[in-house]
Design a protein around this ligand. Structure first.
Ligand code: FAD
Length: 466
């Protein structure tokens, strides 16, 4: 992996350019992309189909018309947020680098916990958008329905507006920030088409109440799967977790619970409602809850087959950002997963903004393609399935630092890297208590010391004048 992170040089000879850029989405990625593009001198319009900023962090009790989220004509709800969600990263590492996610003591309705609830994150993003003047450039309730190339390498952007005429405009560049936690992915289960029980995807999970007194099979082992299993164990009759990461012969009780069991992945399901596991155990279940993740989905993007999504690989993308044949006029922020997201979005956005203004050079199309091919070959040689192309947890800070070195900005803070490792170690050690007890106090002090550069008494944030 590391060998593809080779150096490219800045572009000293070309005139700085100000481009007219469309950003799709006003979640964390779109907001920081808009800020960095404007800092670099570009003009920016942010398209947002919702009526407020925040994307994933806008909790709504509303769910989709198809609970498993597969019907192509279902009503789509963007956010997968559930009511009880608290962040799985400590606030010190979660925030943008120069706009710390600090607890504000004077804030009466704030949530000062280190792992706060989702409302606090939305509040933070609203503060960011306000302080950097982003709200004024967001077109709310404007859904981008088509993005396609036109003459001269520019992009036609068609948007459907809730109020007012639909629009068709041309932009020099498009930055795609539409989020990747809306289009459900479900496990293939032998016999599922004749299984009579109810199926729900975690995208449509909000509260435990619908699971009261039910026998639930929950598939998955992600952070959300863990949270939701604990949530529903409080009301369900039985919770059976089926996970690919559990050994085949297992059916063990989850420590600390008298109604939760761990199994390996389901072997088959049957018309009478039974769910059979590889060790031969059988559970008569009411609901299968798929906590099985999401698919990348760009229904508006027309690239004549240049960019495809194949088994959850978006490609080809140079550094998970630029399709070589279309660079730099179309780019993606936020594709990599299992990362510290906001800081990574910031690095990616700085790089995109600098490239669009000619301050930073990209390699040739051929060199970028070659880099992508080497990356794919290395993944294959390491036995990494295609669907994990964008899972960069093992080398995310190396990736961030590569971007930083090409943007001319400081690399990732050492405390941020150490805190990421400490958090996961703590979650393994303390289980559900990791959000309440920790040992990395020295790293918190280092983070707070660092934040003094950006805050006044931990409160006032630096802002742009724009
Ligand atoms: P989103 O937040 O999804 O924003 C995308 C925006 O694009 C939305 O506002 C959407 O309405 C808009 N949009 C989409 N399509 C269009 C279109 N065609 N036209 C116009 N607008 C469009 N991260 C953490 O750091 N810590 C956590 O604890 C954490 N917990 C999470 C828990 C859950 C349940 C989920 C789902 C994610 C969690 N994440 C967490 C990851 C989180 O998704 C990212 O932190 C980040 O918020 C994603 O930002 P984004 O801008 O890429 O996408």
């Amino acid at each position: 992996m590391a060998s593809t992170l080779s150096a490219i040089s800045a572009h000293p000879t070309m005139q700085p350019l100000s481009r007219h850029v469309a950003v799709i989405g006003a979640g964390a990625a779109g907001l920081v992309a808009a800020r960095e593009l404007r800092r670099e001198g570009h003009t920016v319009v942010v398209f947002e189909r919702g009526d407020q900023i925040g994307g994933t962090w806008v909790y709504t009790p509303e769910v989709e018309s198809d609970p498993i989220g597969l019907h192509p004509n279902r009503t789509v709800v963007h956010s997968s947020m559930y009511q009880s969600l608290r962040t799985n990263l400590p606030r010190e590492i979660m925030g943008f680098r120069d706009y710390p996610f600090a607890a504000k003591e004077q804030d009466g309705d704030g949530d000062p916990r280190r792992f706060p609830g989702h409302r606090e994150v939305l509040k933070y993003l609203n503060g960011f958008a306000k302080d950097f003047g982003i709200c004024e450039i967001v077109r709310f309730e404007s859904e981008v329905v088509f993005v396609g190339l036109v003459e001269g390498g520019k992009w036609k952007v068609k948007s459907k507006r809730k109020r007012g005429e639909d629009l068709e405009e041309v932009y020099d560049a498009v930055v795609v920030c539409n989020g990747h936690f809306t289009e459900p992915r479900v496990a293939q289960i032998p016999g599922i088409s004749s299984w009579k029980g109810k199926q729900v995807h975690s995208h449509n999970y909000r509260t435990p109440e619908p699971f009261r007194d039910q026998v639930v099979i929950l598939i998955g082992s992600s952070a959300s799967a863990i949270d939701i299993s604990r949530d529903i164990a409080g009301v369900a009759k039985e919770v059976h977790i089926a996970s690919r990461s559990v050994a085949t012969e297992t059916m063990e009780k989850k420590p600390g619970y008298d109604n939760m069991w761990l199994h390996s992945m389901i072997k088959s399901v049957h018309e009478d409602g039974s769910v059979v596991f590889p060790d031969g155990s059988v559970v008569l279940a009411d609901i299968i809850l798929h906590c099985t993740g999401y698919k990348y989905h760009f229904p508006f993007l027309e690239t004549n087959g240049i960019v495809t999504v194949d088994d959850n690989r978006v490609g080809p993308l140079y550094k998970h950002i630029f399709p070589p044949a279309l660079a730099p006029s179309v780019s993606f922020v936020g594709i990599p997963f299992k990362v510290v997201p906001f800081a990574m979005y910031e690095f990616q956005s700085k790089w995109i903004a600098g490239i669009l203004s000619n301050r930073i050079a990209l390699p040739s199309e051929e060199e970028m393609m070659e880099d992508v091919q080497i990356f794919y070959s290395l993944q294959e040689a390491s036995g990494i399935p295609k669907r994990f192309t964008h899972m960069i947890d093992d080398y995310q800070f190396e990736y961030d630092d590569w971007l930083a070195s090409h943007c001319g900005c400081p690399v990732s803070e050492e405390w941020r890297q150490q805190m990421w490792l400490a958090t996961f170690k703590n979650a393994r050690l303390r289980g559900p208590l990791y959000r309440e007890e920790w040992d990395d106090h020295h790293l918190i002090l280092q983070a707070q010391e660092d934040f003094r550069k950006y805050t006044f008494n931990g409160v006032g944030m630096i802002t742009d004048d724009k």
